[in-house]
Design a protein around this ligand. Structure first.
Ligand code: AR6
Length: 457
């Protein structure tokens, strides 16, 4: 198996790997940053085992690591290392490098084959993020070329700028040929120039793909001309030509059109290409029946992908090895965050993040109407509502605190928020949301059955 470094934008607590690394302090008091997120996701085990560890060994020494289990997180172990607090006149780079290699060694000792690591020291400890990313990439690459024996080191970036720093460090590293680096931009063919196809085409260009490494196919001549004009990507109605020589093939046609489309490419595709399907409900099984031996990745994106704020869940089929999954994640990650989940969860994903934007739009409609009824002019009601939703969303996504905590912070007893929340709860808001998500998941299962039935015919 090839040794590799990957960059994934996301939350380290949800990574499906053998071990995750924590950027801890010496006392394993997981009060803030990624440490608090890990302690919360792995509660209560991570905190209690950390206490036991410190009682038995004392504080984690520089260059040392502590190990706990991971509670209900997908990983098996958490390796806690302490990065340097960035200071002038100190060997920052050597200290951070040491934390990285210590973490990797400790994970390997636990038998881990895949390890996810946060940007150690780049938060509360004040290491300039671009520098931290460079040092982490160099340390991991050196560790791998010195014989570090794992299948994957996943660098988990919590924000877009960290992704960009990692990518740039990887490019430099790659050109020095220190080790084979994943996370580079694979060539991509997009089949179907509907709104999602366009979102991906434009998103990949924004993320730095060269138009020459992309191609698009569509059946409608006027749409082909339009998409070429809009994006500069070569578009044609010849599907076989579009997929030729491309590493990742994004299937972005309607579910009912998938079988016909696959008939056009089944002779052309080879096993070093990867199908990334965004067709709702079409199962990996149905792809694999038509395209034996071809790596398949099935995914469920959502519409905020149009502004690079998408949330996409994906899962790999029988022939999708780490490299195929990584290339799929790089393409999907160009337009937002990604999470790897098992296929049986995709109906729930559809009901939560796939359909989710519509719940928020409905909430916005209802709030705007109510605001107008309270006497606000229409233009003001809209601005108040839209910016409030944006602000609250950003606060929630960027915070370590749960939605429950953030809501608690703005709810004083007997105050206005309390009055509003009481009325929402009385009216069954929570039950309604639960019913809505259940209904969407059920519908997704029904449509899925129909879609796979179609393609099996
Ligand atoms: N997943 C991935 N990365 C994350 C997550 C997450 N859930 N949350 C934050 N990050 P920091 P440090 C990123 O401050 O600088 C703690 O209190 C974050 O954006 O967590 O080494 C410890 O207990 C940043 O890029 O770690 C120590 O006292 C990176 O993780 C102290 O902070 C590291 O930020 C350690 O400070």
């Amino acid at each position: 198996m090839e040794r590799r470094i990957e960059v994934v934008r996301g939350d380290i607590t949800t990574q499906i790997v053998d071990a995750i690394v924590n950027a801890a302090n010496a006392h394993l008091a997981h009060g803030g940053g990624v440490a608090a997120a890990i302690a919360r996701a792995g509660a209560p085990v991570v905190d209690s085992e950390s206490r036991v560890w410190v009682e038995a060994h004392g504080p984690v020494p520089p260059g040392g690591a502590a190990v706990t289990s991971a509670g209900s997180m997908p990983a098996d172990h958490v390796v806690h290392v302490v990065g340097p607090i960035y200071q002038d006149g100190q060997e920052n780079e050597a200290l951070l490098g040491e934390a990285v290699t210590t973490a990797l060694d400790a994970a390997v000792e636990l038998g881990a084959r895949s390890i996810a690591m946060p940007t150690i020291s780049a938060g509360i400890y004040g290491y300039p993020p671009a520098e931290a990313c460079r040092v982490i990439v160099e340390s991991v690459a050196t560790w791998l070329s010195d014989g570090g024996d794992v299948d994957e080191v996943r660098l988990v970036a919590f924000s877009d700028d960290i992704v960009a720093y990692y990518r740039s460090a990887l490019r430099t590293q790659g050109s020095q040929g220190a080790s084979r680096i994943a996370g580079m931009k694979p060539t991509v063919a997009i089949l179907g120039a509907g709104s999602m196809g366009e979102t991906f085409g434009v998103g990949l260009l924004r993320a730095g793909w060269d138009a020459n490494d992309l191609s698009i196919a569509d059946r409608r001549p006027e749409r082909i001309r339009e998409i070429e004009f809009l994006t500069g990507i070569t578009a044609t109605d010849d599907v076989a030509l579009t997929v030729a020589g491309k590493r990742v093939i994004v299937v972005a046609v309607k579910p009912k059109d998938v079988p016909g489309l696959l008939d056009l490419v089944r002779e052309t595709l080879t096993s070093d290409q990867v199908i990334v399907s965004i067709a709702a409900g079409v199962t990996i099984d149905s792809y694999e029946m038509t395209l034996p031996g071809i790596p398949i990745v099935r995914s469920m994106p959502n519409t905020p992908a149009a502004i690079d704020e998408g949330m996409t869940a994906y899962c790999g089929g029988t022939h999708a090895d780490t490299e195929a999954l990584s290339d799929a994640a790089v393409v999907l990650g160009a337009v937002g965050e990604t999470i790897e989940l098992s296929e049986d969860l995709l109906d729930a994903v559809t009901a939560v993040s796939g359909t989710g934007p519509a719940y928020v739009f409905l909430l916005a409609e209802a709030m705007t109407e109510a605001a107008i009824r309270e006497g606000l002019p229409h233009y003001a009601a809209e601005r108040l509502v839209h910016q409030t939703l944006r602000g609250a969303g950003m606060l929630l996504a960027g915070s370590d605190k749960s939605a429950f905590r953030l809501r608690g912070n703005v709810t004083s007893p007997g105050g206005t928020t309390a009055a509003a929340i009481y009325s929402l709860e009385e009216g069954g808001f929570r039950t309604l949301m639960e019913d809505a998500i259940r209904a969407a998941a059920r519908r997704s299962r029904e449509l899925g059955k129909r879609a796979s039935g179609d393609s099996a015919e």
